[in-house]
Design a protein around this ligand. Structure first.
Ligand SMILES: [Zn+2]
Length: 289
């Protein structure tokens, strides 16, 4: 998708496909209910993508990237587990196809530090060390998320990988926010806590329309139903309340909601009808991830 919001040109870019356990994606929702919407493969995984958002300021040229996907995987077991067979372009190639080199990204916002959002922020150099992928970019995260990534427990430890974020900290690239922030005019970072503490949603607001990138607070269109919350969430009941607030605002302000993990729809607009939210407009994803 490509649209103009205020001074920003907003584009979505994929970092390829991702397969995750269907049960983990839908929490307490019974398999018989979710499997009709998102058919699982033989390993019970459903098809997802890792979608990132590029914001280009048309006045001053500043380029802001929201999330970085998982990046190149260093081992085969993992590539196979997540359905990443290497047959698709990664985020840097997607940017290159638009004529944008990695050194031309000025700012990166990470919704959170789970590896499927932050993994692409670092890459291996010739000596096998993790270094920042976007050498000139500052990387914006929430303090609570950085703390969680460094002090995760057995429940969510597997979601965080030090090589994804510690090299950014060591290189002095991290900009750590403590709560709601507006680092650039028209772009607001709003923390949520249900998925993981210090997760942040990104709102881009223009005079006539706006976009929200809710990250894992609303990963696919199936999660529009309030009780459909990921099993990964540390505080699922909090996610329900955060979604209620997000969806009511998105419906009232006719915001475009961009999905980070939906394989079929890049973005939607919604309305509130009786007891549910329904899609009024959608932008379908291109056929091949
Ligand atoms: Zn996550």
């Amino acid at each position: 998708m490509e649209m103009e919001i205020g001074v920003y040109r907003v584009t979505t870019l994929l970092d390829g496909p991702l397969r995750l356990d269907g049960g983990a994606m839908f929490g307490v929702v019974p398999r018989v209910a979710w499997k009709k919407k998102a058919p699982p493969d033989r390993a019970n995984r459903i098809s997802l993508v890792m979608r990132c958002m590029l914001l280009e300021n048309m006045e001053n040229g500043c380029r802001i990237l929201v999330d970085t996907g998982m990046g190149a995987s260093s081992n085969e077991r993992e590539s196979s587990m997540f359905g990443r067979d290497g047959s698709f372009p990664l985020l840097p190639e997607r940017l290159a196809a638009r004529g944008i080199g990695v050194h031309q990204i000025d700012e990166v916002v990470l919704t959170h530090l789970h590896f499927d959002h932050s993994g692409g922020a670092t890459s291996l150099d010739h000596q096998g060390r993790s270094v920042p992928t976007f050498p000139n970019a500052r990387v914006h995260v929430q303090q609570a998320q950085l703390h969680r990534a460094r002090h995760a427990n057995e429940r969510d430890r597997a979601s965080f990988r030090e090589p994804d974020f510690e090299p950014l900290a060591a290189a002095g690239r991290l900009v750590v926010h403590d709560g709601e922030a507006e680092p650039w005019p028209g772009i607001r970072l709003l923390p949520t806590t249900g998925h993981t503490p210090g997760h942040q949603m990104v709102f881009v607001t223009g005079r006539e329309r706006g976009v929200v990138f809710p990250g894992d607070s609303l990963p696919t269109r199936h999660h529009l139903r309030l009780p459909w919350v990921m099993g990964y969430d540390l505080q699922p009941a909090v996610t329900v309340e955060e979604k209620r607030e997000l969806l009511s605002r998105a419906a009232a302000d006719k915001l475009w909601i961009v999905f980070d993990h939906d394989p079929d729809l890049e973005a939607i607009q919604i309305e509130h009808t009786e007891d549910r939210y329904s899609i009024t407009q959608s932008i379908p994803a291109p056929a091949a991830p």
